[in-house]
Design a protein around this ligand. Structure first.
Ligand code: PLP
Length: 400
């Protein structure tokens, strides 16, 4: 059998796309596959590596999707989403976020991930720069590269609760800056920006004509007196500069349904719609009907999950803070905590690799998020596992 790689007339492999073959595969997935191998070998592994809620999708949402499938929602829909769902999202933006997006400005996609990447494709020209506060969600830099743009990282500090300052933002701006990504509540930091902090960021963006991608996927997971605020709702000018991304994965524990959405100024929404129509077309029809039930149904399920996350957050923060040689910034959102490992003299990859092999605990190395001084623990895991895992981490750190 011949293949393009070994055909006698074609001894050298055919070149693939130079830019996209450079995309890195996720370190988190490497650790996850090592953990899976250990589990398969019968080892009791405590997993804090993953970023998805551990709850089932609420029953009424599942039932709405079964019913939709039986009612014929098994075909293509409008590329940007079923009209009733876009109406419901428009209403959600109005009610929860004080944002007026007409259904025509809303795109329903196969996850917030797709919304982010198509937005970048829609707004960036080759060589444009996108500012990403670091530590960041692993996917942002690669999305920027997919869009043929250039990621520009700005290192945030623990002292400023892992949030970019307006001064840092301004310093990073060049004539090629097109967009800044603001993710609040944040992955992997758990940070929540206040309205005043967002206003200061918006003012810099407005002064330099920079667009803002506001990723609000963890909106519903905020704790204590932290409040989520939507940057686009600051004023009409902020609205015009902002693309607001959200989805169902985290609030309703619907990661596998692949359902997200965005609201954007009309001229941006139009380009995103067109890209999506040629790429994936609509999000799964019956997932969309599940999403409609999620938005229109009782929101107690969201609050129940939030309360459970909050218990775990408090426990994890207290336990980590009590371990000698480490510390953490208290997270007020999402379901992650960054543990400082600087005093142990190991890289984050070495720390997480050894923690896995010597103590059977999975954490995500900070280097995957652009910061080698930390590891990320997700508290999307039940309390018994959190307790056991933290005992192991404490014993492991004591040996270092
Ligand atoms: N944005 C952030 C910050 C995330 O952490 C994630 C998922 O981990 C997403 C977006 C993607 O969400 P979705 O499942 O809707 O694609």
């Amino acid at each position: 059998m011949s293949s393009p790689d070994n055909h006698p007339m074609n001894p050298s492999p055919i070149e693939l796309n130079h830019r996209l073959t450079q995309l890195s595969s996720s370190l988190i997935l490497v650790i996850a596959s090592k953990a899976r191998a250990l589990r398969e070998a019968g080892v009791d592994v405590c997993g804090f590596g993953i970023g998805e809620p551990d709850f089932d999708t609420p029953q009424h949402i599942q039932e709405a999707a079964y019913a939709a499938m039986q009612a014929g929602y098994t075909k293509y829909t409008a590329s940007s989403g079923i009209p009733a769902l876009r109406e419901a999202i428009s209403e959600k933006f109005r009610k929860d976020n004080q944002l007026e997006y007409k259904p025509g400005q809303i795109i329903v996609s196969t996850g917030a991930k797709q919304c982010c990447v198509t937005t970048m494709m829609a707004v960036c020209n080759e060589g444009d720069e996108v500012i990403i506060p670091s530590p960041y969600w692993v996917t942002y830099p690669e999305m920027v590269r997919i869009a043929n743009a250039v990621p520009v990282f700005v290192q945030t500090t623990q002292e400023n609760a892992w949030k970019i300052t307006p001064e840092q933002f301004e310093k990073a701006i060049t004539p090629r800056t097109k967009l800044i990504i603001i993710n609040t509540p944040g992955n992997p930091t758990g940070s929540v920006y206040t309205k005043e902090e967002l206003r200061a960021i918006y003012q810099v963006a407005a002064a330099h004509n920079v667009l803002i991608l506001s990723d609000e996927i963890y909106e519903k997971l905020v704790y204590e007196d932290a409040k989520h605020f939507s940057l686009a709702s600051l004023c009409p000018e902020a609205y015009d500069l902002t693309i607001t991304v959200n989805g169902f994965s985290k609030a309703y524990s619907m990661t596998g349904w692949r359902l997200g959405y965005m609201g954007a100024p009309e001229r941006i929404a139009k380009v995103v719609d067109s890209i999506q129509s040629h790429m994936t077309a609509n999000a799964c029809a019956f997932s969309q009907m599940g999403g409609l039930a999620a938005l229109q149904g009782d929101q107690q399920c969201v609050e129940d999950m939030r309360l459970e996350f909050d218990k775990r957050r408090k426990f994890m923060f207290e336990r980590i803070s009590a371990i000698k040689g480490t510390k953490a910034v208290k997270p007020f959102g999402a379901f992650y905590i960054l543990m400082d490992i600087q005093s142990y003299g190991l890289s984050s990859e070495e720390f997480s690799g050894r923690l896995l092999t010597e103590a059977n605990v999975v954490v995500a190395p900070g280097i995957a998020f652009g910061d080698d001084s930390v590891v990320r623990l997700s508290y999307a895991a039940g309390m018994p596992m959190i307790e056991k895992g933290l005992d192991r981490i404490e014993a492991f750190c004591a040996k270092l």
